[in-house]
Design a protein around this ligand. Structure first.
Ligand SMILES: [Fe+2]
Ligand SMILES: [Fe+2]
Length: 200
């Protein structure tokens, strides 16, 4: 992925080109990690709904996304089964843990909600970037098509999370925080090892 393409998603650091080569040789590992990424995406939406039930727009927008993410999970599991791979155990997600630490807690609940939504948006954007790399670079036709479809879906989720943040906080506040988080996300990516068994 070129810097120009990463810019469309506003990400500040494109994925290391070594990553996709490692992935191509370790499909079983990456599919396992990918399945958990989808599970975490669904779980994260469920948590938001439970934490903020009085926010009607949030509940109505995120409820169908839970179903979409779970459908992605089902599709990854089906690919694992079809190829005779083993669905492995969940790994520590250093990327999501590091991003989670950027969330500001305390009594400003709207600010915390904005941080949660924007962190979800970042994960969607980075997933979208990685799926695009897989679509463009994998040899396997079925996986290429699969990642093409998921890339489009996660791009939609990324936009949805940013929009939701703007529904609850002034646009300028969201923009400023988004810029800040984009820089921090790039630092996190720069400091993570390139691994064949992690989607992020
Ligand atoms: Fe997904
Ligand atoms: Fe998503």
């Amino acid at each position: 992925m070129t810097t120009e393409k990463a810019t469309i998603l506003k990400l500040q650091l494109p994925t290391d080109p070594r990553w996709v080569r490692l992935v191509d040789e370790n499909l079983e590992e990456i599919l396992t990690d990918h399945a958990y990424c989808e599970q975490k995406a669904a779980s994260s939406c469920i948590s938001l709904i439970i934490q903020f039930p009085e926010r009607q727009e949030l509940v109505d927008v995120l409820t169908p996304i839970v179903a979409e993410e779970w459908e992605h999970f089902q599709r990854v599991i089906a690919l694992i089964r079809k190829r005779g791979f083993q669905f492995g155990r969940k790994r520590t997600d250093e990327y999501a843990v590091a991003l989670g630490k950027l969330e500001r807690k305390g009594d400003k609940i709207e600010r915390q909600l904005m941080d949660k939504l924007l962190i979800n948006a970042l994960i969607e954007a980075r997933s979208c970037e990685r799926f695009k790399i897989l679509w463009k670079n994998l040899q396997d036709e079925e996986l290429k098509q699969f990642y093409y479809e998921l890339m489009a879906s996660e791009a939609g989720h990324y936009v949805t999370f940013v929009k939701l943040a703007k529904a609850y906080m002034p646009e300028e506040t969201v923009k400023a925080r988004w810029e800040e988080l984009l820089r921090q996300e790039a630092d996190i990516i720069a400091n993570l090892k390139v691994r064949p068994d992690r989607m992020h």
